[in-house]
Design a protein around this ligand. Structure first.
Ligand code: C2G
Length: 129
């Protein structure tokens, strides 16, 4: 079984996220999403999520491409996750191009093109938040 992992906040879930998850799943048979916790988002990314971790987890678990959701609590957990979950492929959007090449010692690393014109930030702006 080919296992794929990806990481993200996935707040205000939108079709750009779904495009990423669909292509990520197509790279293997089992997709793990490491979902940024509320604390990680605030402390490390300066992001205040609209939905809580539990709500974002529930949304992701309802997506047919997603097989497992685990918490992302720190930047450094990726290498450990790849080993622990016996991951074959790490995948993330190309806004992170090159940032995780260090994982190439352990698994395949794939950067997928982002879906243009949509982001959680844009949605909030359009809604006047
Ligand atoms: N994404 C995309 N197209 C968009 C918006 C997002 O393909 N229009 C992708 C991102 O590239 C990422 C995933 O969807 O792979 C989740 O996006 P975010 O929630 O913004 O994730 P991010 O904050 O970049 O967190 O340790 C890595 C970080 O947790 C990544």
């Amino acid at each position: 079984m080919k296992k794929v992992i990806t990481y993200g906040t996935y707040d205000l879930l939108h079709y750009g996220h779904i495009n990423l998850l669909r292509r990520a799943k197509a790279l293997g048979d089992y997709l793990i999403v490491a979902l940024s916790t509320d604390e990680f988002n605030w402390n490390e990314k300066g992001k205040k999520c609209y939905f809580t971790y539990e709500q974002r987890k529930q949304l992701l678990e309802a997506i047919r491409y997603v097989d497992l959701v685990i918490p992302e609590t720190c930047w450094e957990q990726k290498a450990r996750d790849v080993d622990e979950y016996k991951v074959d492929t790490f995948v993330i959007g190309d806004d992170w191009e090159g940032k995780f090449d260090f994982l190439k010692q352990q698994c395949e690393v794939v950067y997928l093109s982002r879906t243009p014109e949509i982001s959680s930030t844009q949605i909030k702006k359009d809604l006047g938040k």
